[in-house]
Each structure stands twice: as C-alpha cells, then as structure tokens.
Design a protein around this ligand. Structure first.
Ligand code: SF4
Ligand code: SF4
Length: 714
C-alpha cells in the first residue's frame, strides 16, 4: 500500500491562470505536463522520488493526455528510454537521484548525448549533496562536461524552476542535445506559487501513434563511423547553438547593484543562500535587492562567453560561489577571462570552503574575505556580529549540554531487517567474524551501532559483486547483504549471475521486505499485491513466477533457504549452516518479512476503522518485568530497537537502570525472540491489549484476576 498523492494529482490538473502552490519538485512535475512531455521514466531516490511517485499514481489522468509513464528497474533503463527522442519529435523526461543514479545511467547517457536528439530530452536529477546527503559527494556537473550534456541549475523559486523546465526542452531541441535539470534538496522542497498553464497533450503519443519508424539514417546511431562526425557536431554545431539559445532567451539572470566594481557569479541553486548571506552582511535588503551585482547562472553548462566577460568587464574583482569540488565553473570563468584578456581578479575556492554544503554561514565567511580584499569600505561588521552570535550560541549550548552522544540513523521500530543482524551477531559467536559486504538500502543501518556490520559499500545491488575479490583470499566464507530493491536494480546480474558464472562460494542474504523501502517503499517486481485476496489469487500464478526464489532457482542456485526474519534462532541456525555447508557454491538466504513501515501504513487505517465500528481489536505489546531484569542490557545491544530503552529501577537496591519498552513498540516480538535465542534473562513478557472486549474477554479477565489474587500474598 503506497502513500496517497490525491492532493498532488489535483494540482497537476490545474488549468490556465490557476495558481499552483506547493513544493518545487511537484512544480517540476506540473511543468513537464505543461511542456507537452510524451513519456516519463525514472528510478526513485531522494530528493526527486516525488516526481515519479506522483506520476505513477496519476496514470489514469496521464493516459487521458497520452503521456506514458514507466517506473524503471534502474537508472540505466530510464536513461535508455530517452532514446525515443533520438528519432522522433517526442519530448521525454527521466528522473533519478544523483550522483549514484547518474553513474548507473552513464552508459546510456554517453550514447544518447553522442547521437543527439530530435525531441527535447530532460534528465531531472536530485543532487543529494550537503548535510542531508546519503550518497558519495560528487558532482553531476562532471558528467555534463564529459558527455556534453547541458546543465540547468535554476534559482530555487517556483516560477523560475517551471520556466527552466519549459525552456530546457526548447534548449534541448534547439541544440539537439539532452539537458540535465539539477535540483538540490532545497530546490525540491522549497514551497511557493506560480501561475499555471494548461497541460499540453503531446502531438506524438500513445493516443496519436506513428505509422512506423523514420527513414533509416545511420548518423542517428551512436556507432562508428557516425560517432566521428557526432564528436565534431557536439563541438562545432550543438555547443554554439546552445549558447545562442541561452543568450537569446536570457536564461541566466543579472541582478544589478550599486557597487559596480565588484560582482558575484553564483550557481542558480545557491542564489537564495547568497542573498541571505548578503542580507546578513548588510548588503541586501529584506526583499533580496543586493548592492553587489549578481550573475545567477540558471544554466551552469555551457557558459556563454559574452555573458561572463560582459558581466566581469570593468569590475576589479568577482567571486564565483560554486558548491562542491572540483570548481568547474570557476575554471571555466578563468579561461574565458584570460582569453578575453580581462584583468578582473577572480576568487572562489580561495576564499570559500573547499568542500561541504554552502550554507548562508559558509557564504558569509567567504564573502567577508572577498570584500575585505577588494571593498573594505563596504564594511562587514553586521556579518561579523552575526557569526559571533552563532559561535556564542554554540559555545553556550556545548556548556549546557556537555558532549552529546552520537545519534546515528537506525531502522524503524519493528523493522524486519533488524532481527537478521541480531541473528548474525549470535551466529558470529560460533563462526567468528566474516567479511561483510554491505549494500545500499535500509539494511545499511546495520553498519551503525549496535550492529557495526559491514566492511564495504560499493553501490546499489553491488554487495555480492564486491565480495568476489575478497572471498578467494578469506579462510571463511564472506557474507553479502542485499535488499530486494538492490537485487532487482543490479544485484541479480552484477552479483548473482557473476557469482554463478565464476563458481563463487559465498553467502548472500537477500532482505525480502517487499519494496524499495529506503527510497519511499515503491513497488518492485516481486512486491506483494495490495490486498490479501489479490495475494491469494496471484500467489498461484504470475506473482509466484517472478518471486526472488524462483528467479534464483531458474538461474541455478542450489543452496537456497527462505527464513522469516523474526525467527532469530532459526535465522542464526541457517546462517551457521550456510557457513558450514560442505558443498561449494553460492548460498542464498532469503530473509522474508514485510517492511514494517508499509505494514503499519496498511494496518493503521484498518484498525482505526474496526475500532470505529466497535469491533474487537487486539494489539500486541511487549514489556520488561523490571523485577526480573538483571540490568546488563544485552537485549538492547542485540536488538537495537529504539523502543527498547532504559529507565531507573523502582527497586532502590537496583542501582543500574533496567530495560524498558516504551510506547513506540509495535509488538514485532524481536526483543522476546532475541532474549530467547541468546538465552538472556527471562524478563520479557507479551501483553495483549483488547479493545472493545467481548463478554468472554471480560470473563477471562475476571477469572485470571481472581486466580492471581489467590496466589499472591496480600
Ligand atoms: S522502511 Fe521498512 S525496511 Fe526500512 S527501516 Fe523502516 S521498516 Fe525497515
Ligand atoms: S517488540 Fe521489542 S523489538 Fe519489537 S518493537 Fe517492541 S520493543 Fe521493539
């Protein structure tokens, strides 16, 4: 069961002149429809998951328009979809999280950019960079440069973002080149308004089909010898065409200021933070009007030489505000200034931080250094006071709070993946420490305390492949962890097929929770159907056909076990068996149990409806009998559940805090299972909370209370 995007879909249907109000990423989705996009594909990932999630749920409406939507199995298949725009006048858009998704897609992107496009092709990437980043911190800009893909980085302002989507398609068509729309987390989540336009049904689509393929033109294939010509086209035709379009359409914005002898060149995506920094320095008003002139690059590649030199001419110095490394824009600007023989001093990474997110604080520090060198008369005292105030607050907070313990992210309460790592901890007591190849997904939380399991992460679905070089050098088998999302994304071929081909001999644990949970619980090919009846129907047919187990057997995996994840003792036993099995070959354990987040999403409305209807509902909760708890907290170290915490003992003779289950408990039973499997103190109890009890519940309760009363001394 997925989150409902009912309200978002209503916003996609807004007509001419209506006011759209919402988040940046939804504005992009609406802008695609206003641009007459014919097909959309992608692979979900923060911060752009919303685009595809909403589109998938809006299929009925999109069918009316003739827009085809595809939830692709990985970014490579999404990128390859853009091949439709090579030969046909069809606008297409794909989306994924970058840099990781762009890496996966890069083969298809190379060929696509080489062949060029007839219809506009837009690649919407979420640049997951900065403090909230969950991937390697690298720049998509590098891919744009090496493949000659144009790159937009719009100001985080809804009207600008929508304008850049629409112009992005035109730029793509004017220069026969795919265009990347780069969105930072802040751009995706910024809220605002814009005047909507009517959605455009595409001229060529599932509703208006083509009779057949175009005339055969070898030059449209990215294949030698056509590639030799295409390389020249990229440099001599497409690049100048793009620059002409960018200049003519004024896609980059100049904000004049009174202090004309200095200036700032900023990536569009960093414009808001730069304005905030200028305000803090006393150099911009509350409405964002800056005294220092600004060139906001809504297109960061290619730069238009005349725009750069025109902005810099007559200035004693300019500062390039560019996040991430290397400083591609700064290098590009330096080349253009040198070629034009302009003596404007150029600053960027020499005064700004080399790495990390460019928050307003970071930019204030850099701007202050820049202005101190070139315009000390402008004064930066307000900024200095603000920085001092921040430092004072930090110092005071540290004094009051003392050193804070690290708070790493962790599995949801009741997550079905946590028990597998508890079982691994138990199994390791006998088999010793194996090399653990970790992967991308919720299970990567096991790399943190209290599990600390994982020696490497090499990419989504790459764990088994990453163990291939390690395994032959190890005295004991390696274990690779993979989610079902990762299995279908890449792991099936890169890991399993490769291991079978090379007669690998490792252990693979596949977390079969039913969804790509880490990216928002999107469906995968092996997801269970929505309701129980459908599940029963499908289990006998198509659903079973595409199960992970059947796929593995079809490939030739002989040693295969499916274990329910909450059965900790059985899981530990199966892990030990996989390590001890005498036969050579890949051993796969499918760890099965539904993602708790999805389970709760499904159950909560059902429980609420049953309670409202006065039906009998039983909720299971676990608890710790503090009289029995020995206070050694082994259960916490083994299960790691955030609901399993500590509290002061009410017995004054117990000096250590006792274990305690708080109200967040979803009753998954793991703590009890772990206590049993690890032979810990018998302090866990299971309680049933009965809502709307029937007469027999009350009778049982009375009987039990009476019996306990007899047995307990007064
Ligand atoms: S989203 Fe699902 S799989 Fe991921 S941590 Fe939460 S319960 Fe576990
Ligand atoms: S039963 Fe135990 S492990 Fe499961 S949610 Fe409750 S406290 Fe956490």
């Amino acid at each position: 069961m997925e989150v409902s995007f009912h309200d978002e879909i209503a916003k996609l249907k807004l007509g001419e002149g209506a006011t759209f109000h919402g988040e940046g990423i939804l504005a992009v989705t609406k802008a695609l429809l206003q641009s007459g996009v014919a097909y959309v594909g992608g692979y979900q990932g923060a911060p752009v998951s919303h685009l595809l999630d909403v589109m998938v749920q809006a299929r009925d409406y999109l069918d009316e328009l003739g827009v085809h939507v595809e939830a692709c199995t990985n970014e490579a298949s999404a990128a390859a979809m853009l091949g439709a725009s090579i030969n046909y006048p069809m606008r297409g858009a794909v989306t994924w999280k970058s840099i990781v998704g762009t890496n996966v897609a890069s083969d298809a992107l190379s060929y696509l950019s080489t062949a060029g496009v007839l219809g506009g092709a837009l690649i919407v990437v979420g640049e997951d960079y900065g403090e909230g980043a969950s991937v390697a911190l690298e720049r998509t800009h590098a891919v744009a440069l090496k493949s000659s893909l144009w790159m937009l980085d719009p100001r985080p302002n809804l009207a600008t973002i929508v304008h850049m989507v629409e112009k992005g398609f035109e730029l793509s068509e004017a220069s026969s080149t795919p265009v990347i729309l780069d969105l930072r987390i802040r751009a995706c989540h910024v809220t605002g308004s814009f005047a909507a336009r009517a959605n455009r049904a595409p001229a060529v689509s599932s509703r208006h089909r083509l009779e057949g393929p175009p005339e055969f033109v070898y030059e449209r294939l990215s294949h030698p010898p056509a590639t030799f010509k295409q390389e020249k086209l990229k440099a001599e035709v497409r690049l100048p065409a793009a620059r002409r379009f960018i200049a003519a359409q004024r896609l980059n914005e100049i904000f004049p200021g009174t202090e004309e002898d200095v200036g700032i060149i900023v990536q569009g995506g960093l414009y808001n933070n730069t304005i905030r920094a200028l305000q803090l320095l006393g150099l911009a008003d509350d409405f964002g009007a800056s005294r220092v002139p600004i060139l906001a690059l809504n297109v960061v590649y290619p730069l238009v030489p005349e725009e750069i030199t025109g902005f810099c001419a007559g200035k004693r110095a300019v500062l390039v505000v560019e996040e991430g490394r290397p400083e591609f824009i700064e290098q590009d600007v330096a080349t253009l200034l040198r070629r034009a023989d302009l003596q404007t001093k150029l600053h960027g990474k020499d005064v700004l931080a080399q790495a990390g997110e460019y928050t307003a604080e970071v930019i204030v520090r850099g701007l202050a250094r820049f202005l101190a060198s070139h315009r000390p008369d402008l004064g930066t005292a307000p900024g200095a006071r603000w920085l001092e105030a921040i430092e004072a607050t930090r110092t005071r907070a540290a004094e009051l709070l003392g050193p804070l313990p690290p708070r790493p992210p962790t599995f949801c309460v009741g997550c079905p993946e946590r028990p597998v790592f508890a079982a691994m901890k138990l199994a390791k007591r006998e088999i010793g420490e194996p090399h653990v190849a970790a992967d991308i997904g919720c299970h990567a939380f096991a790399t943190f305390e209290p599990f600390s399991q994982g020696n490497s992460i090499l990419g989504y679905g790459m764990s088994l492949a990453s163990a291939a070089g390690v395994a032959p050098a190890m005295a004991k088998r390696t274990v690779s962890i993979m989610g079902d999302g990762g299995f279908w994304h890449n792991g099936l071929l890169s890991g399993v097929a490769s291991s079978l081909l090379n007669r690998g001999d490792g252990v693979l644990v596949i977390m079969k929770n039913g969804y790509t949970s880490a990216t928002g619980t999107q469906e995968i090919v092996s997801s269970p159907p929505d309701d129980a009846k459908a599940l029963a129907r499908e289990q006998s047919a198509a659903h079973a056909d595409r199960s992970i187990e059947r796929t593995l057997r079809g490939l030739g995996v002989k040693w295969l076990r499916t274990v329910h994840t909450y059965r900790v003792a059985e899981m530990a036993k199966t892990l030990k068996a996989a390590f001890a099995a005498p036969e050579h070959g890949l051993k796969v354990i499918v760890a099965e149990a539904e993602c708790q987040l999805e389970r709760q999403r499904r159950l909560r409305p059902q429980v609420a409806a049953a309670l409202k209807a006065g039906e009998r509902v039983v909720r299971t909760r676990f608890g710790v009998d503090e009289d029995v708890c020995s206070g050694d907290h082994s259960c916490i170290r083994l299960s790691g559940c955030p609901s399993l915490t500590v509290k002061d003992a009410s017995d004054p003779l117990k000096v250590d805090p006792v274990a305690h289950v708080n109200n967040g408990c979803v009753g998954c039973g793991l703590c009890g299972e772990v206590a049993h499997a690890a032979i810990l103190c018998p302090s866990f109890f299971r309680a049933e909370i009965v809502h709307n009890p029937r007469w027999w519940d009350r009778a049982k309760h009375r009987l039990r209370t009476t019996l306990i009363g007899w047995l307990q001394p007064a």
